[in-house]
Design a protein around this ligand. Sequence first.
Ligand SMILES: Nc1nc2c(c(=O)[nH]1)N[C@H]1C(S)=C(S)[C@@H](COP(=O)(O)OP(=O)(O)OC[C@H]3O[C@@H](n4cnc5c(=O)[nH]c(N)nc54)[C@H](O)[C@@H]3O)O[C@H]1N2
Ligand SMILES: Nc1nc2c(c(=O)[nH]1)N[C@H]1C(S)=C(S)[C@@H](COP(=O)(O)OP(=O)(O)OC[C@H]3O[C@@H](n4cnc5c(=O)[nH]c(N)nc54)[C@H](O)[C@@H]3O)O[C@H]1N2
Ligand code: SF4
Ligand SMILES: [Mo]
Length: 871
Amino acid sequence: MKSSRRGAAPQVWEDRWIPTTCAMCYAQCAIRVRVINGVAVQVEGNPDSYLGARGGVCGKAMGGLQQIYDPYRLNYPVRRTNPKKGIGIDPQWQRISWDEAIDEIVDRFEKVYRDNPNKILFTGSPPTGFANEGVMFAHVLASALGIARFQGGTGFHCGNASHLVSGINHVSWSVCPDFQYCNYALFFGAGKGVSSGHSMAMLARLRAEATARGMKTVAFDPICHQQGGKSTEWVPLLPGTDVAVALAIANTLVNEMGVYDREHLRHKTNGPYLVKADGRYMRDDSGVPLLWDRASGSAKPGPVSHLTEPALDGEFEVNGTTCRPAFDLVKEHLKQYTAEWASGISTVPAATIRRITGEWAENARIGSTIEINGVKLPYRPVAACMFRGGQGHSNGFHQYMAVELLNQLVGACEVPGGLIGWVVRSFGYPETGLPKFEPIPTEEGLLSSTAWSHGHDAPWAHPKPALKGKLTLVDVLSWCGGGSPFPAARETEEFYQKLGIAHRCEFLLAQGSNVVMNTGDVEPVAKFLEQIPFYVHYQLYVNETSDGFADIVLPDTSPLETLSCWNSEYYHFHCPVGMQPMEYHLRQPVVAPLYERRPSVAFALQFAYRLGPDIREKMNRTINDLLANRGCPPVVAEDEEVTWEDLTDRILKSKFGAGHDLNWFKEHGFIQWDKKPEEVYWRWFVNARSSIYLEHIVDYKEDLKAIIEPRGIEWDWEQLTPLLSYFPAAPHRVTDPQYDLFAFSYRDVLFAGTASQGLPWLREAASMNPYSEHLVMNVDTARKKGIEEGDTVSVENEIGSRIKAVVHLVEGMHPQCVASTSHSGKWSNAQPIAKGKGPFFSALLINDRHHWCPITLNMETAAKVRVDKAR
Ligand SMILES: Nc1nc2c(c(=O)[nH]1)N[C@H]1C(S)=C(S)[C@@H](COP(=O)(O)OP(=O)(O)OC[C@H]3O[C@@H](n4cnc5c(=O)[nH]c(N)nc54)[C@H](O)[C@@H]3O)O[C@H]1N2
Ligand SMILES: Nc1nc2c(c(=O)[nH]1)N[C@H]1C(S)=C(S)[C@@H](COP(=O)(O)OP(=O)(O)OC[C@H]3O[C@@H](n4cnc5c(=O)[nH]c(N)nc54)[C@H](O)[C@@H]3O)O[C@H]1N2
Ligand code: SF4
Ligand SMILES: [Mo]
């Protein structure tokens, strides 16, 4: 900086605001950053955009400034010189040049890849690394190369059940209440709108506006902290018992009160599909499921339901076979789940369950309509919403589906006030008609999409289980759509040997992620990482995982140093929800990358090119295919090599016209246009159905059995049933009375994952928050154990894994539970400000088959523990 004379005004040669997006978590809020003389000094929410708080930001965003200049950042490629690997072993990093790093990486990658791509694994990090365009590695490059992804805690803590079920029922990666019209929302283990989950700052704004207008919220949560503290009502329950409460609400609603939206169930769910005694649909000769049409007194194909008056109850004979509508089976099955029974499991009083059911029924206003922009639509201003907290259990699929059922029963799906996904139907920017995508029916009439998930998958139908040699075993356990526990589970070797998988991981490529800390159950993760001959980690920092096990670490640019529009291609939660305008954003560097940091998003492209013409072709084709799924034309020829900037420019122009090139976006930050009610509230404009009965599970169970049973692998088959049911989550099966408390974790609004834990402003704020760095415990429970505020305690699970923590005593905690924030307890010397802050919760989790949801491979993220005052 130029010096100024004493007393004279400092010389300012640059003072401007640059529009971009935050990526301190994956909400991707629109921000603008003030840059003075080349230094980024201030962050604000972009008030013109709806993607965020319209002017405000959360605390994490401010940390983005410090992340650019953090003296602990990784600034050069480094190589491990100590051949010994393991937690706590000094890697003896040595600085190397980019050329040296790239040559070695490409050389070693190619050898393994040409031998067997199944020997390679990728890992990535949605909360932060993906947010900074890491999807280019984790999805595009991995898909182009056909490489499986091991995601650490990602997916199998948070998304295996939730994304699957949101996909099946909403063709959306995630769901939230339509805050603009919702009057009554139930949250089952979701911080949406207050602390975490998706589009945090945007939903916090929408929720605050809704609360001001009178919306009521009920938080089912063991702790009265972020969601519980901000809701109209906090209902404490035991972890993993939401399914019992939700099934009891459903039963009370349907069987005691007789309240349900018959029209929605008939036309928008598989409720009328006829089911045979073997649990499968009654189908016509071409395999299409049938329903019973009362108008004609005959069976009709399900997909053309608008022509029929489908029966929801009764028994029918079709071609000599007796069958019943799925809804009839669900209704009867629900009868066992009374409010009194659910109370015994969850500790929620039966009277509370009944009262909330009544409020749900009343607020749902079944049969009512509303007019929005001249379009008349069903009006169902209630929404029941779950995310990681609720679904992260070994009964995760049934947990999530049961809560989802509440919305389906009253028709509160993609109608004003109900549960909605992010952008699922797009008619496109008016001048170009792009991007264009929408929900479509499968041949069975079930919901699918032209652009679900990462652009190339669809919620239905899942691939049939097959043994293809994937180390994640997602080829065999094919309903595991997200993260797989396998390469790092306790029983990995047993499964590999029984399945005849002889190869092991020989190359791990990671962008972001901290799998040693975030997978849970440290020992098997460390064992897995230790045996990998070559592991490259693209990072902002050296973290616990790279310190222990990486061979080369590459320095990435942080979000405020990165150029890309790639994340905007993922309409998961990177665009405004509901009737807010549609937006498409550019992320751009507010300062040039410092030191030798290079953007991983551009590196992924360069890496593909370096691997040779065949991979270049695959990479370019994968990019074009993804754009095609959004109706967009190809942007790159298969044999072409383009720079990252050029590719970004082409994507923008192809979608929004020549006038909206990279320079236009650099100046304006984003493009915005109005949505139509038919896009947001698409449910009654798309002839496709959600599922309240999971017929596909019947075949999945049979196919999976055929592969794993003959090979001597035991599995918990009980949960593989098409009817939503209660199964106790793993901690509820621990019988030893000395383990008397349920331990769970929750996200800190101040941090995303482990990534920003060492940023000084955020750490300072955390040190003032009694929840951030402590184990939270009910005051009466603690006193009975002789534990006082500020005591250090030992927390031990049933297999003897133990952590230490300092307690904070509160009244707003279920007396049978203890909890801590999810990602604290870092130990890397490379991040001294975060080191040793807060308990390391994940060490209490157990990564084996008894702690997975047998349908989705979701991990059990609560534990049964004993807590003692430390000696
Ligand atoms: N600030 C912040 N935001 C984030 C992230 C972050 O790290 N920090 N991470 C992002 C990622 S990757 C994810 S997956 C999402 C997660 O988003 P959320 O699902 O909102 O995450 P959590 O806070 O872990 O859990 C939500 C709530 O569930 C409660 N809970 C725990 N177990 C149970 C249970 O069995 N039943 C019920 N009813 N409640 C339970 C917790 O107390 C907590 O209040 O957040 C994303 N957004
Ligand atoms: N106890 C407990 N454990 C959990 C959870 C829980 O609730 N409780 N939640 C689980 C869930 S849902 C998830 S998704 C996982 C998340 O687990 P991870 O995906 O491992 O998430 P982070 O800890 O955020 O790891 C991020 C790492 O990426 C790096 N990083 C951040 N930004 C960038 C970037 O721009 N580029 C690059 N190259 N690197 C970057 C950071 O330095 C950090 O080391 O944790 C899981 N683990
Ligand atoms: S919610 Fe996430 S993306 Fe939005 S301002 Fe906060 S950290 Fe940034
Ligand atoms: Mo997550």
